[in-house]
Design a protein around this ligand. Structure first.
Ligand code: C2O
Length: 551
């Protein structure tokens, strides 16, 4: 591989959407930020310089960071933030993976405007396991707030309530014509008839899983989270925050000049009023070989618009996710751990904290909103966990006692317990090098069932099973798929259900795992694994780079 150098300058820039102008944090003045392109086997060297008044870190979402956790990026987990006026060089090699990933800020809510595509092409001369597309196009879903998102989140924290929902969803930064004062800000994908395009879909939205469809066209799913899947064709797909999906779109032979909407709108089972149910639209625009007057007539015709599933259509989501399968070929094997060293069961859900004395809280019954795994609402430390581990100075920073027994069992998807309070803590779960892990994550009904897109840093995992209702430890494992389960880095814990994943802990370091709905992460739906060094020299975490920021 070669080395790819990038300069990412974190700087303020003005943007106007929905007739509102705001100054916001960007990389190089752009939102979405610059696309990072490399090939499998390349080294990426990204110099990030902070020219804004906020602390910043960047995360390379889905990059495994084998032994280079120092470059992973979550603030206070693998590094202290880059302070104003400082820089830090993220330096990592992209080993054994190719496909669509993305990068984003990993501190507070700055990822609302600091994100971009990270495209890893196959090694030179290695084809895709499907016919080469005519063109490849990143399609990044985001969210736009008229207000400053740092103000939105700090108000939410100060009132113990849920944050305000966004004012619009966006495609490549543009809300599109279904919002007021927005038609001029519409993403247009210009296509030729009879060609195949590969869309690299990325859900960078903060708080919403999204349905996506293009009117009168089908989409063939070929990859999720930078892992090839057995192709299948749909009208509509679901993509959760953190996830990426490559689809092939074959244009019609004879639609010259016609236009079709592509739309995305949320999937959510949260109680009405707590989610955003607006729709972003872009336009698929066929090239027009006609005279200008014929062309403008065609442009004046109404556009075809897709019908998306209803907002709480969990059946659609279950059906779709059940279709995802690894390729599992000789060239792209599915290395599913067939035996398990350690089994875990985590409850995943919402909860509350007693209202602090100095606050008036707007959560249920005057409490502070919280979220937890196994009843622990994770508190970010003031020093980085990885450095504390590496230097052996963990006291006062973290404890290694993440509870492996969940809150006392109840009917997780039925009537919730009366006590909704959770505990706070900075607790890690320690794994020996090369441990095979099976983890069942169970949604709870506390304050309502809801799907949680859980993201694991540092690893891909296999989704060996999922179901609705309570996990049945006696009968469900017999149904696990250990042959061709989908391999990914972010999975939805089904609303009112459970998901089972397996992974091999072959990457020493401290690895964050959290709900990629930013509101839930803020409320504490997060934890970290500590994977110890192996005995061989190439099984150890590398030492930190000399420019690693200090807290
Ligand atoms: Cu894409 Cu920890 O995040």
């Amino acid at each position: 591989g070669i080395t790819r150098h990038y300069d990412f300058n974190v700087e303020m820039a003005n943007a106007t959407r929905l007739c509102t102008t705001k100054s916001m944090v960007t990389v190089n003045g752009q939102c979405p930020g610059p696309e990072l392109v490399a090939r499998e086997g390349d080294r990426a060297v990204i110099r990030v310089t902070n020219n804004v008044a906020h602390n910043i870190t960047l995360h390379w979402h889905g990059i495994r960071q084998l032994r280079t956790g120092w470059a992973d990026g979550p603030a206070y987990i693998t590094q202290c933030p880059i302070q104003t006026g400082q820089s830090y060089v993220y330096n990592f090699t992209i080993t054994g993976q190719r496909g669509t990933l993305w990068w984003h800020a990993h501190i507070s809510w700055l990822r609302s405007t600091v994100y971009g595509a990270l495209v890893v092409l196959p090694k030179l001369g290695v084809p895709y396991p499907f016919p080469a597309p005519h063109e490849e196009v990143p399609i990044i879903f985001g969210e736009w707030w008229n207000a400053d998102t740092e103000v939105v989140v700090s108000q939410a924290i100060q009132t113990g309530a849920g944050p305000n929902v966004s004012d619009a969803f966006t495609i490549n930064g543009l809300p599109g014509p279904l919002y007021n004062c927005s038609a001029q800000d519409t993403f247009k994908l210009k296509v030729k008839p009879g060609k195949t395009y590969m869309l690299r879909l990325i859900n960078a939205a903060l708080n919403d899983e999204l349905f996506f469809s293009i009117a009168n066209h089908t989409l063939t799913i070929v990859e999720v989270d930078a892992v090839y899947v057995k192709p299948f064709t749909v009208d509509t797909l679901i993509i959760s925050p953190g996830q990426t999906t490559n689809v092939l779109l074959t244009t019609k032979p004879y639609y010259p000049g016609a236009n079709f909407y592509m739309t995305a709108a949320p999937y959510s089972t949260a109680r009405p009023g707590t989610f955003d149910n607006t729709t972003v639209a872009g336009i698929l625009e066929y090239e027009n070989p006609f005279s200008p007057s014929a062309a403008s007539f065609i442009k004046s015709l109404p556009l075809f618009k897709p019908t998306l599933p209803r907002i709480n259509d969990t059946d659609f989501v279950t059906n779709f996710t059940n279709k995802l399968r690894s390729l599992a070929t000789a060239q792209y094997p599915a290395a599913v751990p067939q035996s398990v060293d350690r089994r875990f069961f985590f409850t995943v859900g919402l909860g509350t904290l007693p209202c602090p004395a100095n606050m008036t809280c707007q959560g249920p019954n005057g409490t502070q909103m919280a979220a937890s795994m196994n009843n622990v609402s994770f508190v970010l430390p003031s020093k980085a966990l990885l450095h504390s581990h590496f230097t052996g100075l963990s006291s006062g920073v973290y404890a290694s006692d993440f509870p492996v027994t969940p809150l006392s069992p109840f009917n997780y998807t039925g009537t919730p317990p009366n006590n909704t309070h959770v505990k706070t803590g900075t607790k890690l779960l320690v794994l020996a090098y090369n441990t095979t892990v099976e983890l069942v994550m169970q949604d709870t009904s506390i304050l309502g069932i809801e799907s949680h897109p859980l993201h694991l840093h540092g690893f891909n995992f296999f989704v060996v099973g999922q179901g609705i209702g309570n996990y049945d430890a006696v009968n469900d494992p017999a149904k696990f798929n250990l042959v061709d389960p989908v391999e990914r880095n972010t999975v939805g814990v089904p609303a009112g259900g459970w998901v089972a994943i397996r992974f091999l802990a072959d990457n020493p370091g401290v690895w964050f795992m959290h709900c990629h709905l930013e509101a839930h992460t803020t409320w504490g739906l997060r934890m970290a694994w500590l994977v110890l060094d192996g005995s061989q020299p190439d099984q150890k975490l590398l030492p930190p780079p000399s420019d690693l920021p200090k807290c």
